[in-house]
Design a protein around this ligand. Sequence first.
Ligand SMILES: [Fe+2]
Length: 151
Amino acid sequence: MSNQAIIDQLNEILKHEWTGVAQYSQAGFICEGVWREVYAEKFLDDAKESFGHAQKVGAKIVALGGVPVATRNEIKQSRNLQEVLQFSLDFESKAVEMYTQALEMAEGNRPLVIFLEDILIEEQDGVDEYTKLLRNTEGSSAATKTQEKSA
Ligand SMILES: [Fe+2]
């Protein structure tokens, strides 16, 4: 796999991480009502995690001889917490998908594989967390299923 192909993939990932910085920050800013006490900080922590990943990926792109992108994709935002949680799960799932693709491209380059795997674990943690949060939200399909079973 050429360096350029992996640099291009890492730049797509970097763009996604910059999107996460903005999307999670915005979610933290606009979160209101009683749930603000719980979620404002969580969203800002997730923004920080995306920034941490952006720092690592940007540095790696330069090490490989590339130029890191300084752009992001459109963010998704809502004042409905349920929707924000779904956007967050979608965001984390997309990250898992992108790092998994990068890993396939990095095959044979052990240090790069480990670098990507370390971040992938954190992305999967994000998927797991938002999956569980949505599962216990009133009206979620999982909650409905549980109610059906116990009825
Ligand atoms: Fe990330």
